[in-house]
Design a protein around this ligand. Structure first.
Ligand SMILES: Nc1ncnc2c1ncn2[C@@H]1O[C@H](COP(=O)(O)OP(=O)(O)O)[C@@H](O)[C@H]1O
Ligand SMILES: [Mg+2]
Length: 292
């Protein structure tokens, strides 16, 4: 089954990045873009972004409206929404997985902080995209032509996992921690490359990187249609232990164990049952690597 059947216009990462460079000088007077559209200046050319009638893409904390320029290039207007139950759920996950008791903290980034974070990571050449504008509350973003990583994993994809982990480890080496990496905030684009999005949550504390890695790995296993294949991929990826040299491996194992216990037997995101056996296998793989 072709992975990109839903969005046929997938662009390569190169095209995507150069698109960012053209548009990142955009300045916009704002009204109500969803109703009236946005007028903006891209390198001296005035463009008018208009509503597309496409359904907005809704997450737990934001509604993403899809706008279009006259040539049909799409943009996303990201509007925060109130969702107190989501905040409770987030707090519970951080508590139950042991992140807080291991000295970790989290906070919500303001829209300006999210924009600054994206600009910084894009400058470091990490797989992140440059925002185009913020009015201090809402953010204008390029539309990413791709499919969410969880959908990709449910379709049996695997190659993007290699790109996602490479990017995550490179980010951590540069002291960039994204926060909220549960594969639904990662998009798979053309050539099975990836782009990270959604930076509402900031993680702090000495084990933030260990937690982010465990969260990513847990969800990669959870959403994989073929978990044996995913385990095989992960044990070969971590075989020589090189990507883990700067991490506290025992702490990653602890977070993984807690994740597996926390989601044990409950239906989670439409998939029933936990992934305890697979997580135990993964912990064993890492166990071989522990030298403390
Ligand atoms: N710029 C974008 N291009 C394409 N899809 C996007 C874009 N931004 C968000 N999405 C889609 O919308 C979903 C929800 O957006 P997200 O920013 O993660 O909201 P929330 O913070 O509420 O989770 C994402 O998981 C992704 O599938
Ligand atoms: Mg999200």
């Amino acid at each position: 089954m072709p992975l990109f059947q839903e969005r046929k216009n997938a662009t390569s990462l190169d095209q995507f990045v150069s698109f960012n460079r053209i548009t990142d000088v955009m300045r916009m007077p704002l009204s109500d873009p969803v109703k009236e559209g946005l007028r903006g200046d891209i390198k001296g050319h005035v463009v008018h972004l208009q509503a597309t009638g496409r359904n907005p893409m809704e997450g737990g904390l934001n509604v993403n409206h899809i706008l279009s320029d006259p040539e049909g290039q799409l943009y996303v207007w990201r509007v925060p929404k109130d969702n107190p139950s989501m905040s409770t759920q987030i707090a519970e996950e951080f508590s139950q997985t042991g992140f807080l008791s291991s000295g970790g903290h989290y906070r919500f980034r303001t829209p300006q902080e999210q924009v600054r974070f994206m600009e910084n990571t894009a400058q470091l050449d990490l797989k992140c995209f440059t925002p185009l504008h913020t009015d201090g509350d809402k953010i204008l973003l390029p539309f990413i032509y791709g499919i969410p990583f969880d959908v990709y994993l449910k379709q049996g994809g695997i190659a993007a996992s290699f790109n996602a982990l490479n990017n995550l480890h490179r980010s951590h080496e540069l002291n960039v921690v994204y926060g909220d990496r549960w594969v639904k905030n990662t998009m798979v684009i053309a050539d099975e490359d990836i782009i990270e999005l959604d930076f509402d949550i900031e993680l702090q504390g000495s084990y933030a990187k260990e937690f982010e890695l465990a969260q990513t790995l847990y969800h990669m296993l959870h959403f994989s249609i073929d978990r044996t294949q995913m385990l095989g991929f992960l044990s070969s990826y971590y075989k020589n232990n090189l990507p883990l040299q700067k991490y506290d491996i025992a702490q990653i194992q602890e977070f993984l164990r807690n994740y597996a216990n926390y989601f044990q037997d409950t239906e989670y995101e439409g998939i029933s049952g936990g992934v305890q056996e697979e997580v135990a296998e993964l912990i064993k793989t890492f166990g071989v690597c522990v030298r403390r």
